[in-house]
Design a protein around this ligand. Structure first.
Ligand SMILES: Nc1ncnc2c1ncn2[C@@H]1O[C@H](COP(=O)(O)OP(=O)(O)O)[C@@H](O)[C@H]1O
Ligand SMILES: O=P(O)(O)OC[C@H]1O[C@](O)(COP(=O)(O)O)[C@@H](O)[C@@H]1O
Length: 285
């Protein structure tokens, strides 16, 4: 079901003792006869060890770790990780990757891991890069991505695909996905990007397409409570310390000197707090 802004209602599943699963939408929600296949990792010469770590389909992770004896079980999220069964055959997959919104250290590493993981672990040979964010779906050609193409990109900053803000046109994006025969869409971005990804998924569901949409959260600020650490945060903290060290040298070199460092984060103070704790040279935050 959609809300007024086109996004899906939360998919809630309830259970005993106040258990609530805030679930993610799945292809099987609207494709009733969806076929499943053995995960290629099961028989992979290098990765079959992953078998030990397959995630049960109904595993969930609790939102709140500290609870009392009589607390309801509360909100849970679907646990991520490799499943024993997958919904696509390797040969059938045409994947694409897009980066949207602001830059964050590590974007190229995520692109590289997606390409190498899809190719080396899951046997996927067709992966396309979408240039310049959402608008690239309908205004640019695609770039073929293979492990050789992405081999050294993690050493570079930015995103090799380019990014943009704006240009989200749901029907033009889904037309392009459908016309190109793409059936797995990996979208890397922040909260705005994920609102866009939800709208793309809703349109895909409305058209009944067998297309998986995967959102990969990007925030340099590390302000996503349910994940351990967002990629790029450590680099931001390291760079912030360099700025603090430089300001400290300035401040110490002059009588009554004060060094002021302004750090990014908007409503989130994690970069400032971690850099301060690590450098020990900050008098007031
Ligand atoms: N509410 C929204 N609905 C659909 N698309 C959105 C929405 N907000 C942002 N977007 C799209 O997501 C992309 C990135 O958004 P932006 O807010 O700039 O960055 P971030 O994802 O880092 O928050 C842009 O292409 C923008 O058009
Ligand atoms: O210039 P804006 O739109 O206010 O954005 C500032 C925000 O963007 C950032 O620079 C990056 O945020 P994300 O990595 O979460 O997109 C934040 O540190 C800062 O809070």
């Amino acid at each position: 079901m959609s809300t007024e802004n086109g996004c899906a209602e939360p998919k809630l599943v309830t259970g005993d003792a106040g258990y609530v699963l805030e679930d993610v939408p799945h292809l099987s929600d609207y494709i009733p006869d969806l076929l499943t296949y053995t995960n290629p990792l099961q028989n992979h010469h290098a990765y079959s060890v992953v078998k030990q770590y397959f995630v049960n389909v109904d595993d969930s992770v609790t939102k709140k770790i500290v609870v009392g004896r009589s607390s309801p079980r509360g909100t849970h999220f679907r646990r991520a990780g490799p499943r024993q069964k997958v919904c696509f055959e390797s040969d059938e997959v045409l994947a694409c990757i897009v980066t949207c919104g602001g830059l964050c250290p590590g974007l190229n590493t995520v692109i590289r891991e997606l390409v190498c993981g899809l190719h080396d672990m899951y046997g996927v040979n067709s992966i396309l890069g979408i240039e310049d964010g959402y608008k690239g779906f309908y205004s640019r050609n695609t770039i073929p991505l293979r492990p050789k193409v992405v081999n050294d990109i993690h050493r570079r900053g930015g995103t090799i695909l380019g990014t943009s803000r704006g240009g989200h046109n749901t029907s033009k994006i889904v037309d392009s996905i459908q016309d190109r025969g793409i059936n797995q869409v990996y979208i890397i971005g922040g909260d705005g990007t994920h609102k866009g990804a939800a709208m793309i998924f809703e349109e895909i569901r409305r058209r009944g397409l067998k297309v998986a949409v995967v959102g990969i959260p990007k925030t340099i600020d590390n302000d996503i409570p349910v994940i351990d650490k967002s990629f790029g945060f450590d680099t931001a903290v390291e760079e912030a310390q360099r700025a603090i060290n430089a300001a400290h040298v300035e401040g110490e070199s002059i009588e009554n000197g004060i060094g002021v460092v302004k750090l990014m984060g908007r409503d989130s103070g994690f970069i400032a707090m971690y850099a301060t704790l690590a450098s020990r040279d900050v008098a007031a935050v």
